[in-house]
Design a protein around this ligand. Structure first.
Ligand code: FAD
Ligand code: EPU
Length: 340
């Protein structure tokens, strides 16, 4: 395990903010975690920050605690296989998109709608990553995680992870207690359940003259749609959607509809999910820049860093956006990004 002192975290967060970490531990195996457990009180007390690809965090200060950087091997192994299904186990250090492309190239279906999401496999269950009508909840079999206090591995079934919209038990009751080390997915080998219902996918396939899409076609369509509106963090600092789409009770939605007849909302089991991007756009914030940070011009839910700015500036911008939405619509936007 490599250990470094006083490192700049700029390459380790996709916003590209420059803050210093006093120490960083690049762990590559369960053995590395066991060693940390045996030798460091701060580890056993969970007094550290863990990072995968840094694509869902906002740094706003130097990090005094040790930073653990997940470089667990990127192995893929077959756990179970039948004629119809395969269950794979993936090392938490594998790049998510590379894994998705590997599954598609091997003819396994289930993750194609989740193409091009940045980050590593280990962080994917943290917020039950989702896009274009699919979440990992739909194919996650189970995961194996390192219990930070006990110093041993434990297994969580899909149900035990309590996956919800951008939520899991690891963000709530069990926060700071586990390091996700291996994730298992059950995917289809044939009769793939294709998800093309999400509006833009259908039109993208039609535009390319595809009537009977393969999982590869869907992946390509998702990649094209994403590239058309989401900024590439290598070119423009961002961490995807900064806020979650808020869910409001049906009666609140109906009241809002009276004032805003074109408000965008999708029915969900506990109310109506509003499009936060639409709400932000209506406040006039879309495309605005303040100093080195701003609201993306193609997608109002994405806050961006143009370079040379500070995380505090972006946090202040996010608060101004939240206030504007609250004032205009009476709706509170909750950050999706983990703020440090
Ligand atoms: P990090 O940002 O490094 O960590 C995220 C959180 O998980 C932190 O709290 C961290 O402490 C914790 N963590 C990380 N690894 C572990 C581990 N092994 N064990 C325990 N805790 C851990 N998300 C979506 O859901 N859907 C999208 O469509 C989507 N699109 C995006 C587009 C762009 C351009 C960007 C920049 C981001 C997007 N995201 C999206 C958000 C992000 O990519 C995902 O949340 C991703 O899973 C984060 O992975 P990461 O490795 O970068 O995690
Ligand atoms: N919209 C606007 N103005 C905007 C942006 C969006 O009016 O500036 C409207 C769109 O017209 C559309 C609706 O809002 O009617 C939804 O927009 P979009 O399809 O772009 O998706 P989103 O709700 O903004 C969510 C996820 C994304 C995910 C996409 C695709 C959340 C918080 N975000 O975005 O996930 O990729 O759907 O499924 O749920 C992420 O979590 O980081 C992320 C990028």
């Amino acid at each position: 395990m490599e250990i470094a002192q006083n490192i700049d975290l700029k390459p380790y967060n996709t916003f590209g903010f420059s803050y210093e970490a006093k120490s960083a531990y690049f762990f590559q195996s369960i053995e590395d975690l066991e060693k940390l457990h045996q030798t460091h009180e701060w580890f056993r007390a969970s007094n550290f920050l863990i990072l995968g690809g840094g694509s869902n965090i906002l740094l706003t200060q130097n990090i005094e605690q040790p930073v653990l950087i997940n470089e667990i091997n990127d192995s893929i192994s077959i756990i179970e296989e039948s004629e119809d299904h395969i269950t794979l186990e993936v090392g938490a250090g594998k790049n998510w998109h590379d894994f998705v492309i590997w599954t598609i190239d091997n003819g396994y279906g289930g993750l194609e709608n989740l193409s091009l999401i940045p980050g590593k496999v280990g962080a994917a269950p943290m917020q039950n990553i989702g896009a274009y009508g699919v979440e990992i909840k739909d194919s996650l079999h189970s995961l194996r995680a390192f219990d930070i206090q006990k110093g041993e591995m434990t297994t969580f079934t899909n149900a035990a992870c309590q996956l919800g919209y951008r939520e899991s038990i690891f963000k709530r009751e069990r926060k700071g207690q586990f390091i996700i080390a291996y994730v298992r997915f059950t995917l289809t080998k044939r009769n793939h359940k294709l998800n093309t219902a999400y509006g833009a996918i259908t039109s993208e396939l039609e535009a390319n003259g595809i009537t009977t899409p393969t999982i590869k076609d869907i992946s390509n369509a998702v990649i094209a749609i994403r590239q058309s509106k989401l900024p590439d963090p290598k070119k423009l600092g961002n961490s995807g959607s900064f806020f979650k789409n808020p869910v409001v009770p049906l009666d609140i939605f109906e009241t809002l509809q009276k004032d805003y007849s074109n408000i965008v909302g999708f029915p969900v089991y506990n109310g109506v999910k509003l499009a936060a991007g639409w709400l932000i756009e209506q406040t006039g914030w879309k495309g605005k820049q303040i100093g080195n940070v701003g609201v993306h011009k193609k997608q109002a839910l994405v806050l961006v860093h143009y370079g040379g700015g500070k995380g505090e500036d972006l946090l202040a911008l996010s608060k101004a956006v939240q206030d504007a939405v609250l004032k205009k619509f009476g709706v509170t936007l909750e950050p999706e990004v983990n703020i440090l």
